[in-house]
Design a protein around this ligand. Structure first.
Ligand SMILES: Nc1ncnc2c1ncn2[C@@H]1O[C@H](COP(=O)(O)OP(=O)(O)OP(=O)(O)O)[C@@H](O)[C@H]1O
Ligand SMILES: [Mg+2]
Length: 368
């Protein structure tokens, strides 16, 4: 026997889809252009931060005189290093036909990978020597090489080689203020002789300006006053990280609700999305070690706890593996190590750079 069910939905798929499209369109009707909120999006207009004066002075001298003026840009997460370097490089390419090459070192951490990226010679059939000599010819005239997240570089051949054998101007980007100071290769340092440019953390006004430009480009409606609150909170609680601000703006723009509660909730959610992405990409062991560092500031204590743990990935882990992982976490900007004197001895203390540590336990719960 067949029982007819009145509640069963038997609409035809076309009208079902059409109804869905209309309903969703109403929900996203405030979005003028959703791409504007992607982190890698290059906006029509940017806020020219004061330090760009020096960057462009150096680049202008390089183009006019032909002598490289290598640059290291330091700045915290979301301070506009990548965007600024790319915008300036594109401007030079478009006005003076100076080509540029952009490589993310976190994704390409060896010199060989960087040469292969510059030359686009990825196949095994191309020996390193061939790749390097093609690289030399590509960089034999005025050109820019941007190495982003340079602190992930595992060997210094590429720095030595580009500075000694090509005419290219290097632009190195890093969050680590001590990266150059800790670089223990004098010959690389002497041929690099960079101009050190530190990007300050954005002020509330600067963040507000950036968000306003983004809102105008990406949204039909927004509330100016709320952008002020969003910027102030971002500066106070999230180290002026523009990535988080832009994500929060997207969330607010979608719902088109701009009251104080919505702003605070959007910021929290944006933080989890942006920082959660870094945590999601961590291996289980690195994540567990991060959790141990949150519990014990003293890295020796954290190590003792980790190596005595019952967890398969941690039990009996060697000190060098442990510190390799800590170093990696440091490179990702999740922790920083500080030398502390206790009595007659020195220990390394870790400081957690997460604005909200609970996202680590959240990620652990999801996985283990
Ligand atoms: N001066 C600015 N004008 C307009 N948009 C900006 C500006 N600075 C940063 N942004 C935007 O903020 C976001 C973060 O900037 P960017 O990725 O350049 O930061 P970063 O310093 O490279 O960060 P990270 O260290 O995480 O790589 C990007 O979406 C970028 O477009
Ligand atoms: Mg960047």
């Amino acid at each position: 026997m067949c029982i007819a069910d009145d509640t069963m939905d038997t609409k035809n798929p076309k009208s079902f889809m059409a109804a869905k499209l209309t309903a969703r369109a109403a929900e996203t009707s405030n979005m003028k252009n959703a791409q504007v909120f992607n982190i890698g999006y290059t906006p029509n207009e940017i806020l020219i931060r004061t330090e760009l004066e020096r960057v462009t002075d150096d680049l202008a001298d390089y183009v006019n005189l032909g002598l490289p003026r290598h640059i290291i840009i330091y700045g915290s997460k979301g301070s506009g290093k990548t965007l600024s370097a790319l915008i300036m490089a594109k401007a030079l390419r478009d006005t003076k036909a100076v080509p540029y090459f952009y490589i993310n070192v976190r994704e390409n951490p060896t010199s060989t990978k960087i040469y292969r990226n510059i030359t686009r010679l990825f196949g095994k059939g191309h020996e390193v020597e061939e790749v390097r000599s093609k690289c030399d010819s590509l960089l034999s005239g005025k050109s820019l090489v941007i190495l982003d997240e340079i602190d992930f570089l595992q060997d210094y051949d590429v720095l030595y080689h580009i500075t000694r054998h090509t005419k290219a101007n290097l632009i190195l980007l890093t969050q680590k203020v001590y990266w150059y100071k800790n670089l223990n290769d004098e010959s690389v340092k002497s041929s690099l002789q960079p101009d050190h440019i530190v990007f300050h953390e954005y002020s509330t006004e600067e963040i507000r300006e950036i968000l306003k430009m983004r809102a105008k480009e990406g949204l039909n409606e927004f509330d100016k006053e709320s952008l002020g609150l969003l910027s102030a909170l971002l500066v106070r609680d999230y180290r002026s990280d523009a990535r988080i601000g832009i994500k929060a703006l997207e969330i607010l723009g979608r719902s088109n609700k701009w009251d104080e509660d919505s702003v605070t909730t959007a910021l929290k959610q944006a933080y989890i999305e942006v920082e959660g992405e870094t945590l999601k990409n961590l291996g289980d062991r690195d994540l567990l070690i991060l959790a141990a560092l949150i519990k014990n500031q003293d890295t020796n204590k954290a190590y003792s706890e980790v190596s005595a743990s019952n967890h398969l990935l941690l039990r009996g882990v060697s000190k060098s593996t442990f510190f390799q992982s800590v170093n990696y976490l440091q490179n990702l900007g999740l922790v920083t190590l500080i030398k502390k004197k206790i009595g007659r001895y020195y220990t390394m203390e870790s400081q957690i750079l997460l604005s909200d540590e609970s996202i680590v336990s959240g990620e652990l719960r999801k996985r283990l």
